[in-house]
Design a protein around this ligand. Structure first.
Ligand SMILES: [Zn+2]
Length: 171
């Protein structure tokens, strides 16, 4: 399904490449793993499940940067070999239509809402979270493991219409 009101933001190629360099230097917090079961290791760069036999790097990533009450660093995977960054950014990634939780953050990185799919299509849940003009972005995470999967940005307004204009519209 095409989406028009939000954009999928995969992990940057710079961060994926940095992890590939660091793991080759045998850093203690970067682990090189050979995937043994399908659906176990989502690559945050190409936004696909790594296939059995493929190698991935497991390393900590600060999805919410330090210096905020909701700061959070957690483990993510990227393919150990070069992969193509997810480019269909106006389409919800097909591999992650299930098993995701969605957290809405405001522009100061505070969590202001959170939803699981509960039978809904992910596009519907994301649109719903963006109905709140204070939602600056939505993070998709594993519903079971809690790990960050990808970010979703609103297209157009960075954080919705200005509050004053919204208030005036209600008068
Ligand atoms: Zn990948």
């Amino acid at each position: 399904m095409k989406t028009s009101s939000f954009r999928i933001i995969p992990l940057s190629t710079e961060i994926a490449d940095a992890a590939r360099r660091v793991v080759n230097a045998s850093s203690a917090d970067h682990a090189l793993i050979t995937v043994d079961s399908p659906g176990s290791s989502p690559c945050r760069h190409c936004l696909r499940w790594a296939q059995p036999g493929e190698r991935v790097i497991l390393f900590p990533y600060a999805a919410i940067p330090s210096g905020h009450p909701y700061s959070e660093t957690g483990p993510i995977f990227v393919h150990a070999n070069e992969c193509q960054r997810y480019s269909a950014t106006n389409e919800y990634p097909a591999d992650f239509r299930n098993g995701r939780a969605f957290r809405a953050y405001d522009s100061k990185y505070n969590i202001i809402d959170a939803q699981v799919l509960n039978g809904s299509e992910p596009e519907v849940v994301i649109e719903n979270l963006f109905q709140n003009p204070d939602t600056a972005f939505v993070d998709a995470r594993s519903v079971t493991h809690g790990c960050f999967t990808f970010r979703v940005l609103r297209v157009g307004h960075a954080s919705g219409p200005p509050r004053q204009a919204r208030t005036l519209a209600l008068l």
